[in-house]
Design a protein around this ligand. Structure first.
Ligand code: PMV
Length: 358
């Protein structure tokens, strides 16, 4: 076995594992929440104060490769979009989830005897409130599960991924995914993407730099200073039940109206935090206005919007109205100065189940 016998001095259950290369390359997609997570019941485990429900965005991808090399000085090297940078702040907590299930020899797992390199690339805006942390941390969790031959099922892996970034837990399963807190915390697929073929998503990319207040700092600030924080969290449970049922019933008007209300309440909480957390931009407000105008002109709800911790919108509509809604949003690219306005409007397939590439 040569050098590998030193590397794995604990005999693993499956001797074949010794000869496996410790690397994996995987692809994950971000998700957009219709009822959003905002606030932590427990910071260490990223347990949320309220449940959430999301849709996977299949046309956005994070491709992540992990490799482990034997080393007497374990370390982590992280590359994001080709640039060497600090690893995600919660990566150590995610790695601890793997340590807890890996074979131990003299108090050390393979992670404690390795240099870990993680190389991650996004084909959509990074760190700008478009849930790149969701697909990024989900991809790291999936890649480590493969490379380390760890035993996590997809449901368990979702609970590991959410330790790295809350929303990442919802990026393990594709389609419509619920992260519940009651009666116990769990992440499950509500329905696959094929459940609702008429539903359409449009990603409206706004001109923006990376977000100025990270979601963890934002949540903690809101919990400490926003007078409406507890009220929003308390009302989220009923909204989650309503949206889950509306997804199962394919009731577009309820899903769109509740998604807009939830997004607006979240951003109201952010604005009422001290100092105020401002994620929306002029472009975001223009998108909101255009959607309300479209709905008023149609006489019923043909579109809805939702914003995470940044100015980009995800617009919901149906196959019947998709062209009209996209046309109106594209007009905003002309109406507003490109430096502050809408940069792009992209139809976005629903899906987002992870793929192991090799
Ligand atoms: O994944 P985190 O821990 O960065 O939190 C993301 C929170 C929101 O994107 C604003 C809402 C959500 O539920 O995705």
């Amino acid at each position: 076995m040569g050098i590998l016998s030193h590397f794995f001095s604990t005999a693993p259950k499956n001797p074949d594992v010794i000869m496996q290369p410790r690397s994996a390359r995987v692809q994950c997609s971000p998700n957009i929440a219709l009822v959003k997570y905002w606030g932590k019941r427990d910071v260490a485990s990223n347990s949320p104060v309220n449940g959430s429900i999301s849709i996977g965005m299949a046309d956005c991808h994070t491709v992540t490769e992990v490799e482990l090399f034997p080393s007497t000085r374990p370390s982590v090297h992280f590359t994001l979009n080709g640039t060497v940078c600090d690893p995600p702040s919660r990566l150590p907590a995610l790695l601890d989830c793997f340590r807890a299930v890996l074979p131990v020899d003299h108090g050390k797992t393979v992670l404690d005897r390795s240099t870990l390199t993680i190389s991650s690339t996004n084909d959509f805006p990074t760190g700008a409130g478009l849930a790149s942390s969701a697909s990024g941390l989900a991809a790291i969790a999936v890649a480590l599960n493969v490379a380390l031959d760890a035993p996590f099922s997809d449901d368990a892996l979702a609970m590991v991924a959410k330790v790295g970034s809350g929303s990442a837990g919802r990026s393990i399963h594709g389609g419509f995914v619920q992260w519940s807190v009651d009666p116990a915390e769990a992440i499950e697929q509500v329905a696959p993407a094929s459940h609702w073929p008429e539903l359409r998503l449009l990603l409206v990319e706004a001109a923006a730099d990376t977000k100025k207040v990270g979601s963890t700092a934002g949540m903690l600030r809101s919990a400490a200073t926003c007078p409406f924080m507890a009220a929003r969290a308390a009302s989220a449970a009923a909204r989650l039940t309503r949206v889950r049922q509306a997804v199962l019933d394919r009731d577009f008007a309820i899903v769109a109206e509740e998604a807009m209300a939830d997004s607006n309440e979240l951003h109201a909480v952010c604005l009422a935090s001290r100092p105020a957390i401002v994620y929306l931009s002029g472009a975001s407000l223009a998108v909101m206005g255009a959607i309300h105008d479209l709905n008023a002109a149609a006489g019923h709800t043909i579109a809805g919007y939702t914003f995470d911790a940044g100015p980009h919108a995800v617009v919901l509509t149906t196959a019947e109205h998709a062209k009209r809604v996209e046309w109106r949003l594209r007009e905003l690219m002309i109406d507003i100065d490109a430096a502050v306005g809408v940069r792009d409007v992209r139809p976005m397939a629903i899906g987002g189940q992870y793929t192991v590439l090799e």
